[in-house]
Write a protein that binds this ligand. Structure first.
Ligand code: F3S
Length: 66
């Protein structure tokens, strides 16, 4: 469980690997799309930066309610 949900939209990810170079939370899958190692985190840290840098805005961060 965590405060934020983090995921990658595989429909829009173009595999530019910027996110994986910025944050250890992201890795490339066999489909050449990024994926989030953790589905939920308490602290965003460099995940926020990776999200800002993604050219297709494919990193989706959702703050959980409770
Ligand atoms: Fe894909 Fe964006 Fe990362 S295009 S590989 S999610 S920087």
């Amino acid at each position: 469980m965590g405060k934020f949900k983090v995921r990658v939209n595989k429909e829009t990810c173009i595999g530019c690997v910027a996110c994986t170079s910025i944050s250890d939370n992201f890795e490339m899958g066999e489909d050449d799309k990024a994926r989030s190692k953790q589905a939920e985190v308490d602290e965003l840290g460099d995940i926020k930066e990776a999200s800002d840098v993604c050219p297709t805005n494919s990193i989706i961060i959702e703050e959980k309610d409770e």
